[in-house]
Design a protein around this ligand. Sequence first.
Ligand SMILES: NC(=O)c1ccc[n+]([C@@H]2O[C@H](COP(=O)([O-])OP(=O)(O)OC[C@H]3O[C@@H](n4cnc5c(N)ncnc54)[C@H](O)[C@@H]3O)[C@@H](O)[C@H]2O)c1
Length: 321
Amino acid sequence: MRLVSIDIAVVEDVWAEPFDELASRRVVAFEPDAWRNDARLRELAASARTLVVRNRTQVTRDVLATGVAAVARAGVGLDNIDLAAAAELGVSVIVPTGVNAASVAEHALGLALAVARDVVAGDGGVRAGRWDRTPGRELSGGTWGLLSAGATARATARLARAIGMRVVAYDPYVDPAHPELRELGVRLRPLTEVVAAADVLSVHLPATPETEGLVSRELLAHAKQGQILVNVGRGEVLDEDAVAEAIESGRLAGAGLDMRRTEPPTPGRIDALPGVVLTPHVAGITRQSQARIAGILCAELDVLLNGGTSAYAVTPREASA
Ligand SMILES: NC(=O)c1ccc[n+]([C@@H]2O[C@H](COP(=O)([O-])OP(=O)(O)OC[C@H]3O[C@@H](n4cnc5c(N)ncnc54)[C@H](O)[C@@H]3O)[C@@H](O)[C@H]2O)c1
């Protein structure tokens, strides 16, 4: 028989004010390093009604089979959670989809602008006593291409429109009648057309068998000359060698990469190239997005622990002790 002594086990570095309030009413275990230790993770899952994770905890079938009723994800990517097993075992997965979209969009635009205006090299130059005033590049009047038309892509489209860009997107699965796409005038086009038209191409794709390596040598052969590539989707979508080659050959002007195939990455060919701006998977992480996510997760965990169903559940099921 399962001995449940914890309402909520937080097994990664997820904490904000709403958790303080929740912890005053519920039994909450906060072990931000538990994700590193499989045995401890399974132990906590076995004695908790719900788990809170970010993206590093591997929520495997074994973890889900401990009897835990729900897993709340502080963020939106789901590739660290075995969704098939969750569905089969009746474990709710709570995901605050879209809640960090504005943060991701601001970062995507910031990366594109940093590449277009060579901000990192400029900063290094001024610090080293140089005063190089080489002209940068204006994005206004150009075309922003989106790989996906999901929540973070649409938020990026809004910002691209605000600086006077046309927006095209590739997403065969989105509803073309989505009101935000219509409002923003985003045109859905085939993949190679988007890649060929884009002055800035931003990747917002999840990692799936279909998207793995999608930004390949073959695809980049269609890229508009001087394109700026931005990745705020999953690192697996890019063939990093192909991207490095495209920068070296001048087809791409540069790249802003927030997500990498291996995180943290081992420095390689791409990391040494000028025109590449790198950030450590922080596009969605701002104080505001984290506060919103924590608020939603705490409210939804409360609903589940009270026997209700979460509106943010991917595999809905009422939590039970
Ligand atoms: N860098 C960060 O900090 C950060 C933050 C948030 C999200 N992300 C990542 O970005 C990705 C998207 O997040 P979102 O909130 O926009 O998700 P979302 O679910 O709103 O959108 C994903 C979109 O991708 C589309 N899609 C799926 N497979 C596709 C394919 N093969 N070709 C074209 N389109 C396809 C879907 O139709 C959907 O519209 C996730 O993988 C997430 O992990 C990264």
